[in-house]
Design a protein around this ligand. Structure first.
Ligand SMILES: *Cc1c(COP(=O)(O)O)cnc(C)c1O
Length: 378
């Protein structure tokens, strides 16, 4: 059997090895040190905000970001139903409840018309949303222009889940710079990785200070470990920050490699009726983290499951889009505003290998397998 081709394996090599080794030899092994400070400054500069707080995961960044916005027990938080569970889980950690909003059928991102309805509806019921957590699905930024306007009008803060969209832009402005604060993830499968890690990004010093304080066990600045609140142990290790700095230097190259994959898939599927790329044709602002196709079985003559099965036949990983949160048993009984768009995307979507680490022989293998399969369906 040929070697396994993964969706989005980590892309690390010599540069990263040297960076981690240098950090280790420097003696800064703890979750503080010069690489953490520099990584925060470099990442904040990259997205164009004043502050970054390096944390142990994107999930931790969501959790503390929500707490810093004052979200707590009994609150309602509007978010996208088409997301990875981490978004909804973090809302739940605060004691709040997620309220799921369905997708725009072209991008899978939160449907902003429905979001406006949801804001009005919750306010009219006397339970206004306490925060909005929009999610940039697979690296395409949501329409922050509309969302920030809605949020301002309803006086609800935005915490942007940019875990998947580092390097993307909205109207020329970097993902990670929107809302009261944004979070990014450096998990192993993301566009750049620290093996595990995340960061909160914000222009608001009070939010950054609060998150940094909560992430280090809420220690008062005295020698005897005084605690007036319950904190968390969520800081990023200095070794991993060194890895992150090396990855950040390669980010643009890694994005351009993923963009090449996107263009190759676009050319390939342009020949196949009934198959379109998720996100439509306007992807100059995407980071192209993952490329997904949508398959109309009535036109294509095959289904998403058929294509996935064919890829599996050559040991090539593919996946459906995120199963919508309103379909997850863990979130049974939560409020939701649903049109059916995300259910449809879940049925017809296939996420394809998109990692920057894929070499030409691997992408050729994926393309050949898809060509052979779609050719046999004519
Ligand atoms: C990966 C991801 C997260 C969580 O990030 P971790 O670093 O894995 O905790 C949150 N939201 C979305 C949309 C993600 O894809």
């Amino acid at each position: 059997m040929s070697s396994r081709i993964f969706l989005s394996a980590p892309d690390v090599g010599q540069v990263e090895q040297e960076a981690v080794l240098a950090a280790m030899q420097s003696g800064w092994i703890a979750p503080l040190g010069p690489d953490v400070d520099a990584f925060e400054a470099e990442m904040a500069a990259r997205v164009g905000v004043a502050h970054g707080v390096a944390l142990s995961s994107g999930t931790a960044a969501l959790h503390l970001g929500l707490l810093a916005l004052g979200v707590g027990v009994g609150d309602l938080v509007l978010t996208s139903t088409m997301t990875f569970a981490a978004t909804a889980n973090a809302i739940t950690y605060t004691g709040a409840q997620p309220v799921f909003v369905d997708s725009d059928p072209t991008t899978g991102n939160i449907d902003v018309v429905l979001l406006e309805e949801a804001l009005a509806n919750l306010a009219a019921a006397g339970t206004p949303a306490r925060a909005i957590v929009p999610v940039d699905l697979l690296g395409k930024a949501v329409d922050y222009t509309v969302i920030e306007e809605l949020a301002a009008r309803h006086e609800v803060p935005v915490l942007a889940d940019a875990a998947e969209s580092l390097g993307a832009t909205h109207r020329g402005r970097a993902a990670g710079s929107f809302g009261a604060a944004s979070i990014v993830s450096f998990n192993g499968n993301k566009i750049m990785t620290t093996s595990g890690g995340g960061m909160l990004l914000t222009d608001d010093r009070a939010i950054a200070d609060r998150v940094r304080y909560l992430s280090t066990q809420a220690r008062q600045p005295v020698v005897h470990y005084e605690h007036t609140e319950v904190g968390f142990n969520y800081r990023l290790s200095n070794l991993l920050a060194a890895l992150g700095r090396a990855q950040l230097r390669r980010l643009d190259d890694m994005i351009s490699r993923r963009r090449d994959h996107r263009e190759r898939y676009r050319a390939l599927f342009a020949q196949v009726p009934g198959v379109t790329l998720l996100g439509g044709h306007e992807d100059v602002e995407d980071n192209c983290w993952l490329t997904a196709v949508l398959i109309d079985p009535d036109i294509a003559g095959f289904s998403a499951a058929d294509l996935r099965h064919a890829l599996d036949g050559d040991n090539i990983e593919s996946r459906p889009l995120w199963k919508p949160m309103h379909r997850q048993p863990a979130f049974d009984g939560t409020r939701r505003f649903i049109t059916g768009a995300s259910d449809q995307l879940f049925r017809i979507g296939v996420v394809l290998p998109s990692g920057s680490v894929l070499d030409d022989s691997e992408t050729n293998r994926v393309v050949a397998q898809i060509e052979e399969f779609t050719g046999s369906q004519r």
